[in-house]
Design a protein around this ligand. Structure first.
Ligand SMILES: *[C@@H]1O[C@H](CO)[C@@H](O)[C@H](O)[C@H]1NC(C)=O
Ligand SMILES: *[C@@H]1O[C@H](CO)[C@@H](O)[C@H](O)[C@H]1NC(C)=O
Ligand SMILES: *[C@@H]1O[C@H](CO)[C@@H](O)[C@H](O)[C@H]1NC(C)=O
Ligand SMILES: *[C@@H]1O[C@H](CO)[C@@H](O)[C@H](O)[C@H]1NC(C)=O
Ligand SMILES: *[C@@H]1O[C@H](CO)[C@@H](O)[C@H](O)[C@H]1NC(C)=O
Ligand SMILES: *[C@@H]1O[C@H](CO)[C@@H](O)[C@H](O)[C@H]1NC(C)=O
Length: 868
């Protein structure tokens, strides 16, 4: 038996921790609206008892609650640096008896990338506040198979009882006290055997997927007594994988007659039909699946029926999401998990799976009949107007979450790898060949982007972003309105960094991350503040990712890559290697002097006065081992700030000498913004440890600090975040998170009077008194944790594995895998290079085998191709 910590409301418990250390100023925090989600939404779960109550979970950005106007409210924004793994939500359970109760199974990775165990977050107020119940094992909200489920289920007849199907061989767990304590059910027959890639040594693709879903048969019991019949799916392939108990979980058997060829992703009960619908795929998801099936289990006579909607050459995908319309027995829907071409696909049946219709059908090749009108008004950049490289699809991919509102047959929602779609006229689907539903982007309020870089230039739009996960980035002309377009022409699937030229601030450079041969040069330059772009023809083909700094006049670009080290180019001439600066250095340009660049590595600070061609060691950064960021005064050459693992350092003499800012034990993202008083020193912002990790502002160059984030805004992992400060609006700061989009904050409360005078650069110890966090619920991180993680240098990253990120020192090439789905438009010229470089998680989803042919992709090989 494992008991949870005492119940305390989290969002309250953190409130008092920092007050004694540094005074706070009230800030108003809002998401910069991108509006289209921006990442994978593994499932959407409706409460069966309260009309309109629904929740969505994401893999890196927490959970959301649906509002009556179709928008979503985030529930886990309080997660701070110590609780960053709360944003990986592997399962949701909303209570059918008491709809105020909500449970989330949280934890980011089951391997070493996340040092923390998982927890069940318990809410009794529909997600307003949560209490964590720690689990004695890890939970993998961002692991393979995260779209299966739900793994967490509440007994509908006795709602104190919950079951949780764990990963990693940890088996089936039960709680009888509303999730507060958990016990393993030791006689459950299978902990799971499937791993996506047994040869992976990172622990990511070789971990046991475990139990995939738990479904109570509500028809088998009566209110007040534990439900006798419970079905559990297990990620096994080729051995029993659907189990049942008829005695409330005391004993278990494999359901007879099952077909266990593939992995069961979902088990959804149709009460009226007394049937269990199970979707299967040959992979764990969410990216894979080349075949699968859908089966219906009639509980009354223990009969299985294969109801797979397509067969033969039409079956080139597995199945993910399953929905039943509880108001219309026999009306069910299933989603192709990944139909990469010509588009995603969803099937609907009104006769219990005997016959099906699709969201599209071939008219005659290559013309599709699309039985929907596409509406992306809430996020115009997401739709067909968007110029996209490799993902040409409207309907989506990674479709594991599909739900019909139990109170409204017209209302449906589904999650994709990028957003939430759905609509309010689903019954139109049933009107035959003239059917035409409206398929709408419905992720308003879900901001799940992984932000890689932010700038706030002194002219033009106040914010320009570099975003990961196929979004590339945006010029945010209006912070409260979804942008119309993302960066294009050249279009890179993702961006890893962005910078502007100090003397010519409408000149902006960005770096793309595409290395699969389809996109060529991965540096782009804009001279109009990001509205239009040109490729930098000096960039080598298919070198991608990393960090970038552009000289004050915009003529010279310094580029740090993981594959080619640090390189420099002037006037878009070919980049040449910079051997005098270590390849792991943080880089920056001076914002006024056109020939000055900076670098920081370990405890050394480097200066270049010849336009980045050569660097020489200048000052020392204390005992730092890992500088994070170099930021330069926008108006003053040589006024430099460096954040490191050992504190914050300031130089006013071009890096010859540095002052250590006392009281700051660690700092990550830093930024300089508009000064408080005209002509004063810029406002300095830092994500830092100043007697506790938080977000701080100093108006006097680091002497006095105010904490600007509050208990409701934790921003997740501090070391994964980036930051920009507005050069025109005093007090405004932009924080880019890894999974919760971009926040902007404005001071709304009065700043406390400074306690130290600003005449000295050293902080007096009285202004920063130490105070340990008071809450017992906060666990201190033992490693510098980001969602990226170490893996052995020199090895290849596994398919979908991590290949980069902040502080990344692991693999930078993809493994050669045996199968690839062709994601490219017919006719696109495509190569697959040996050991293609990769720079972020999921980069290795294309391929990198040594003997790929270079040729035009034809319609014949849309489904898959194999290395020659
Ligand atoms: C089990 O499923 C596989 C894949 O759908 C199919 O090929 C096979 O015929 C099925 N076996 C039985 C006995 O139905
Ligand atoms: C099992 O029950 C279902 C639903 O009533 C029915 O359609 C099916 O024919 C039955 N199968 C057998 C083998 O009796
Ligand atoms: C549905 O409506 C859209 C937009 O009006 C149209 O493009 C599409 O062709 C229609 N589909 C069918 C099958 O009529
Ligand atoms: C820029 O810095 C270089 C190197 O320190 C110096 O020689 C040059 O005079 C500076 N340029 C200006 C315009 O101050
Ligand atoms: C830079 O100088 C301009 C012009 O004096 C001033 O308006 C601006 O506030 C300064 N910016 C900062 C960050 O100090
Ligand atoms: C913050 O810094 C203090 C003082 O160095 C240290 O004891 C504490 O562990 C740090 N906190 C975190 C979360 O790293």
């Amino acid at each position: 038996m494992f008991r949870s910590a005492p119940l305390t409301a989290l969002s309250v418990s953190a409130a008092a921790t920092i007050v004694a250390a540094v005074s706070s100023q009230t800030y108003t925090w809002k998401n910069v609206k991108i509006g289209g989600g921006g990442g994978f939404v593994p499932n959407i779960v409706f409460n069966p008892s309260q009309k309109g109550l629904a929740f969505a979970r994401t893999d890196i950005g927490g959970a959301y609650k649906l509002n009556s106007d179709d928008s979503w409210t985030p529930l886990l924004d309080f997660a701070d640096d110590a609780r960053w793994n709360y944003w990986g939500v592997d399962a949701i359970a909303t209570d059918p008896v008491d709809p105020d109760r909500l449970y989330l199974a949280t934890g980011m990775y089951t391997n070493s990338w996340d040092p923390n165990n998982g927890q069940i977050l318990i809410s009794t107020d529909q997600g307003e506040t949560f209490t964590p119940s720690p689990l004695p094992f890890k939970v993998g909200g961002n692991m393979p198979g995260r779209g299966m489920g739900e793994r967490l289920a509440i007994d509908p007849n006795s709602h104190n009882i919950l079951f949780f199907g764990a990963r990693s061989g940890n088996g089936l767990w039960k709680s009888t006290d509303y999730g507060a304590s958990w016990t393993q059910i030791k006689n459950f027959p299978s902990v799971g055997t499937y791993v996506p890639d047994p040869t992976d040594t990172s622990g990511y693709n070789n971990d046991i997927m475990g139990l995939s879903w738990v479904t109570f048969d509500t028809t088998s019991g009566s209110s007040g007594k534990a439900t006798p019949r419970i079905f559990v799916g297990v990620a096994n392939k080729g051995s029993d994988n659907v189990f049942v108990s008829d005695d409330a979980g005391s004993t278990w058997t494999a359901v007879a007659g099952q077909n266990n060829t593939f992995i069961p992703h979902k088990g959804v009960l149709s009460v009226a039909e007394k049937a269990l619908y199970v979707s299967y795929s040959d992979g764990a998801g969410p990216y894979d699946g080349t075949t699968g099936s859908v089966w219906k289990y009639n509980i009354a006579n223990s009969t299985w029926t294969d109801i797979t909607p397509v067969s033969g050459s039409d079956l080139y995908f597995g199945f993910g999401g399953v929905a039943v319309d509880v108001l219309r027995p026999g009306t069910i829907m299933v989603a192709a998990l990944n139909s990469w071409w010509p588009d995603g696909q969803i099937f609907r049946s009104t006769d219990g799976g005997a016959t099906w219709t699709g969201l599209w059908a071939w008219q005659s090749y290559p013309t599709l009949n699309r039985y929907y009108t596409y509406d992306d008004t809430l996020a115009p950049w997401i739709g067909p107007d968007r110029t996209i490289t490799d993902l040409t699809m409207q309907i989506g991919w990674m479709m594991e979450g599909l739900s019909i509102d139990p109170f409204d047959s017209n209302h449906w929602l589904y999650g994709t790898g990028e957003t939430i779609y759905g609509g309010h006229d689903l019954l139109k689907w049933d009107s035959g060949a003239t059917r035409n539903i409206t398929l709408k982007s419905l992720a308003d309020g879900v901001e799940e982007t992984s932000v890689q870089g932010l700038i706030s230039p002194p002219t033009g739009a106040h914010l320009v972003s570099a975003i990961g996960d196929h979004l590339a980035g945006f010029v945010h002309n209006d912070l409260d309105k979804a942008p119309f377009v993302s960066f294009s022409n050249p279009t890179y699937s993702s961006s890893s960094d962005i910078d502007y030229a100090g003397n010519s601030p409408s000149t902006i450079v960005r770096v793309g991350t595409t290395t699969d041969g389809s996109q060529g040069k991965q540096v782009a330059i804009s001279n109009d503040g990001g509205a239009t772009w040109a490729q930098d023809y000096g960039a080598p083909d298919d070198v991608a990712g990393g960090k970038i700094a552009v000289s004050a006049d915009g003529d010279t670009i310094l580029w740090k890559t993981s594959s080619n080290g640090i390189m420099v180019s002037q006037y878009t001439n070919p980049f040449s290697a910079v051997s005098s600066l270590p390849s792991s250095a943080a880089i920056a340009s001076d914002k006024k002097n056109n020939s000055i660049f900076y670098g920081a590595d370990s405890s050394k600070f480097y200066l270049s006065t010849d336009g980045g061609k050569t660097f020489a060691v200048k000052g020392a950064l204390g005992s730092s081992t890992s500088p994070f960021k170099v930021v330069v005064h926008p108006n003053v050459t040589g006024d430099i700030w460096v954040s490191t693992d050992k504190g914050l350092f300031h130089s006013t003499d071009t890096g010859s000498t540095f002052t250590t800012i006392s009281g700051v034990s660690q700092a990550w993202a830093i930024a300089l913004g508009a000064p408080k008083t005209s002509g004063g020193y810029p406002a300095l912002f830092a994500a830092a440890n100043i007697s506790g990790v938080g977000y701080f502002r100093s108006d006097d160059a680091g002497v006095n600090w105010v904490k600007i984030n509050d208990a409701a805004h934790g921003f997740g992992s501090a070391s994964a975040n980036c930051m920009a400060a507005d050069l025109r609006i005093y007090g405004r700061v932009y924080i880019g998170t890894n999974g919760r989009g971009i926040f902007y904050g404005d001071a709304s409360g009065t700043a406390p009077a400074p306690t130290s005078t600003a005449t000295s650069t050293a902080v007096s110890s009285t202004s920063v008194t130490s105070s340990a966090p008071a809450s017992s619920t906060i666990t201190v991180q033992t490693t510098s944790s980001t969602s990226s993680a170490p893996s052995p240098t020199g090895s290849s990253a596994p398919l979908y594995g991590q290949c980069g990120g902040i502080g990344w020192t692991g693999a930078t090439t993809c493994v050669c895998t045996s199968l690839v789905l062709v994601l490219f438009t017919v006719g696109a010229d495509e190569t697959h290079e040996a050991g293609a470089t990769c720079a972020k998680q999921n980069d290795c989803k294309y391929n990198s085998c040594s003997s790929w042919e270079r040729r035009l992709i034809t319609s014949a090989d849309y489904s898959q191709c194999v290395p020659s």
